[in-house]
Design a protein around this ligand. Structure first.
Ligand code: FE2
Length: 301
């Protein structure tokens, strides 16, 4: 099981795609109909899809095995969550299910989704950078604790750590592929892109600076997951992150609690160099909510 992509609806997909290619470092994979698909250097056929419309999250897509899909279908049906069979019309194809979580998050799980040839050596050849893949998509939640329990029980995910602000959740040995922020409202919190290494994150910050963008938070190194980060508010709305080297955890990883993750006074990251635009980030985090474009239907066995 792994996180693969996020599918957004927004008013000007072409402008959003141009920013994500020309400035952020993604590569145009395909325009299919009116939807723009952008990829990174890794094997995923695309990481973000932009379709025209209002601002909302259409889905967040995970890819899995046939056995994992069969188990998900059974548990989702037993839980009674809104769901339906899904056949992907996006690059890579695949089939599976679309699921609505209790606070409206829309996840899609696909089996038999194809990968594509990675792009080698790009970031070393120029001052440009290229994200590799998505590393996490985080959601704001009214009740993050309940959301964490729900995805453990129904999706088979595991809570890795709880902090005063977040419930971090994994679906494989990566410390988190998603998380629920204790926000008091439900929406997209941010989208994080995995970079090759620390150097690539710092080069990314430099390239963004060349283009007139300053981090809204970072650079810094998180506590839980220990990943390096630099967060930006994209000109088309959402919060996006350059990140690298999230911790790998064993299956018996001890779930941390908020008291395990406290900072000294005036600190919000391991390095102690990180400023944060709380107000700007909050406004950006409120913009993309979830809108289900499908009607629930029975899941076939
Ligand atoms: Fe993040």
């Amino acid at each position: 099981m792994k996180l693969r992509s996020i599918e957004l609806s927004l008013p000007d997909p072409a402008a959003a795609a141009a920013f994500m290619v020309d400035v952020w470092g993604l590569v145009g994979a395909e325009v299919r109909g009116t939807t723009h698909y952008l990829r990174g250097s890794g094997p995923d056929p695309y990481l973000v899809a932009f379709a025209p419309g209002d601002e909302f999250v259409r889905s967040t897509t995970f890819v899995c095995t046939g056995d994992e899909l069969a188990a998900l279908k059974a548990r989702v049906a037993a839980a009674g969550w809104p769901a339906r069979p899904a056949v992907s019309g996006d690059p890579g194809g695949g089939h599976g299910i679309a699921v609505e979580l209790p606070e409206g998050e829309l996840l899609r799980f696909l089996a038999d989704a194809a990968e594509t040839a990675p792009i080698e050596g790009y970031s070393k050849a120029s001052k440009r950078v290229m994200p590799v893949k998505l590393t996490h998509v985080v959601f704001n939640a009214v009740d993050a604790e309940a959301s964490g329990h729900a995805v453990e029980q129904v999706l088979g995910f595991r809570v890795s750590d709880r902090t005063r602000g977040m419930v971090f959740v994994r679906c494989n040995d990566s410390h988190h592929s998603t998380a629920f922020a204790r926000a008091g409202f439900a929406s997209l919190n941010h989208i994080a892109f995995e970079m090759d290494d620390l150097d690539a994150v710092m080069r990314g910050i430099g390239w963004m600076r060349d283009n007139g963008f300053q981090p809204a938070w970072g650079p810094g190194r998180h506590g839980p997951g220990a990943n390096v980060y630099a967060y930006y508010i994209a000109p088309f709305g959402p919060v996006i992150e350059y990140s690298t080297a999230v911790e790998k955890v064993p299956a018996d990883y001890r779930t941390g609690e908020p008291d395990d993750w406290t900072w000294p006074e005036q600190r919000i990251d391991q390095w102690g160099i990180s400023d944060k635009d709380f107000a700007g980030l909050r406004l950006a985090e409120e913009r993309f909510c979830f809108r289900r474009e499908w009607e629930p239907a029975p899941l076939e066995n």
